[in-house]
Design a protein around this ligand. Sequence first.
Ligand code: GTP
Ligand code: NAG
Ligand code: NAG
Ligand code: MG
Length: 237
Amino acid sequence: MAKVEYTILLPTYNESENLPIIIWLLNQYLSDYAFEVIIIDDNSPDGTLGVAKQLQKIYGEDKLILKPRSGKLGLGTAYVYGLKFARGQCIIIMDADLSHHPKFIPQFIEKQAQTQADIVTGTRYSGNGGVYGWDFKRKLISRGANYLTTVLLRPGVSDLTGSFRLYKRDVLRQLVEQNQSKGYAFQMEMMVLARTMGFKISEVPISFVDRVYGQSKMGGDEIIKFATGLLSLFWRL
Ligand SMILES: Nc1nc2c(ncn2[C@@H]2O[C@H](COP(=O)(O)OP(=O)(O)OP(=O)(O)O)[C@@H](O)[C@H]2O)c(=O)[nH]1
Ligand SMILES: *[C@@H]1O[C@H](CO)[C@@H](O)[C@H](O)[C@H]1NC(C)=O
Ligand SMILES: *[C@@H]1O[C@H](CO)[C@@H](O)[C@H](O)[C@H]1NC(C)=O
Ligand SMILES: [Mg+2]
């Protein structure tokens, strides 16, 4: 295989139904690029890792790399762990539950080339971006979190809590060296740190669709953890 240019970091927890579809879509939409996918599964009880192994037989061990962990250690640490093994100069972070459509990745890549940005972030809150399939409560929480973060931290980007992004690998490595949040606050922390460290950020409008299969993991706990994460970031600035 040609030298890997793009590494997709795909953390999974209970995504056995979504994983075959997302991998298939990635292959469809990224056929022009030299890429690899690193799946970081946290010992999902629904057998996600077994599905990933089957997919590896189809797509090849060079394209699908499995870096499982022994338990659910959180989303933020999953990215940091996967990043260690990334061979591409650019990293794409996305969810495995089909909320993030791979069709946007070529747009991220193009935007990066045009603007020479260090980070290209998908945004649901500008241009043609949007959210589909969420109920009112969920929209309110997301908007609220985003609004609160913008007011408190003034990061200069329109979607802080989204997680569909492209980073230059060395930039992401520098960002995660400064301390990482373990869970959902990770995305927001990355943007805030990026601004403080003077990295260039561009945006691409994306449509975000609610997960197709599987249960939502966004419960009361995660909201509280997010709020605590937000406040501690605010405190540190
Ligand atoms: N490895 C790993 N992956 C995780 C963990 N928590 C969530 N994920 C994965 O991270 C991505 C985002 O998590 P989601 O549960 O979709 O988060 P969300 O989009 O905010 O909420 P829902 O889609 O409503 O559940 C998905 O691919 C999950 O499978 C974790 O602790 N470890
Ligand atoms: C994961 O799946 C198992 C069974 O398949 C279920 O008991 C558990 O609640 C699920 N966990 C989450 C966080 O979705
Ligand atoms: C930063 O991370 C290190 C190692 O994970 C930890 O020991 C330290 O307490 C963290 N500091 C802050 C301010 O979060
Ligand atoms: Mg999701």
